[in-house]
Design a protein around this ligand. Sequence first.
Ligand SMILES: NC(=O)c1ccc[n+]([C@@H]2O[C@H](COP(=O)([O-])OP(=O)(O)OC[C@H]3O[C@@H](n4cnc5c(N)ncnc54)[C@H](O)[C@@H]3O)[C@@H](O)[C@H]2O)c1
Length: 332
Amino acid sequence: MLKVGIIGLGVGERHASIYENDPRCDLLGIYDFDDKKLKYLKSKFPNVKVYNSDLDMLNDEKIDLVSIASYDNYHFKQILKAINNNKHVMVEKPICLNKEELSQIIKAKSKKKNIRISSNLILRANQRMVDIKNDISLSRFGDIYYLEADYFWGRIGKLNGWRSEMEYYSIILGAAIHMIDLIIWMLGSNPISVYALGNRLGSKNTKLEFNSFAVMLLKFPNDLIVKITGNGPCTHPHFHGVKVFGSKRTMIHNFSESYFFERSRSGIIKKDLSKQNFNNNKKDKIITNFIDSILNTELCPIVNQKDIYNVMAVCFAAEKSIMTKQMVNIAY
Ligand SMILES: NC(=O)c1ccc[n+]([C@@H]2O[C@H](COP(=O)([O-])OP(=O)(O)OC[C@H]3O[C@@H](n4cnc5c(N)ncnc54)[C@H](O)[C@@H]3O)[C@@H](O)[C@H]2O)c1
């Protein structure tokens, strides 16, 4: 039995349910600095221990796996402590906020080969995205020359909460990161450079003083170009849009429909894709698969440590590009 602790009980409540319902796990304890959340979760899972602090949990030798779902600015210190105390780590995105923190995580983790770290990049578990990845690997698009991936957040109220109180909030690390990860995963290749721009025109009426929108152009080694947006203030339902343009096929995954175009002798034909896989997020899969990979060390998790380090490197380069107004080469 893996003994699990959870820090932060917003989306962390979902983590708690996953572990609680997995016979291989014992949900040992929870911590949140909001007493109301703690009381509510304690009533839902009466057998769990309520810790007095995050450190209290992270120093508890009984805990094997910690799920970190605190605010973005706490992840780094909690991850570092968990790694140093030999605990497996499932952390919500982003794992940290800058390059220096990332280096420290990589260094600490490199000394602890027996523990695993993953991040809840859940779009990898969306069946439509899995289908697109498969079609790419089967060369169904021909030569792919351009992709677009849009993170329509559609929850502008979130820009007023803890995100607006952070010393710095990044819409790239907070939202676009999902689309960057998705594209790298689908293509099986890392971009070499990025040019990014951002603004906060759409969120002037919120408390957020940082960019709420960002657009990035990523260049891949074979000249393939990808455009990614992190769209915080959009008047649009929460959705993850993808477009793939290849020499044989164009695929559009929009909020209202999903289809592809192919050439035939009679011209360009449209094929609608089933709605079945439209928004089919198997949200629990990333965490369940992480548990699999801890218990079977021969199994690589769907989101492995290298994947996390790579997506963070792209995000930091994009942030630098916004600041310097220059194209930035990505250092992995
Ligand atoms: N993977 C995803 O798709 C996804 C979705 C939502 C949120 N997230 C991430 O999850 C994290 C939490 O977001 P949320 O939407 O659950 O926020 P939330 O405000 O709904 O809940 C966060 C909870 O964590 C608690 N908390 C924060 N920092 C803490 C700390 N240091 N110690 C103890 N408790 C702490 C807060 O009191 C709150 O109850 C963020 O990093 C966010 O980016 C990821």
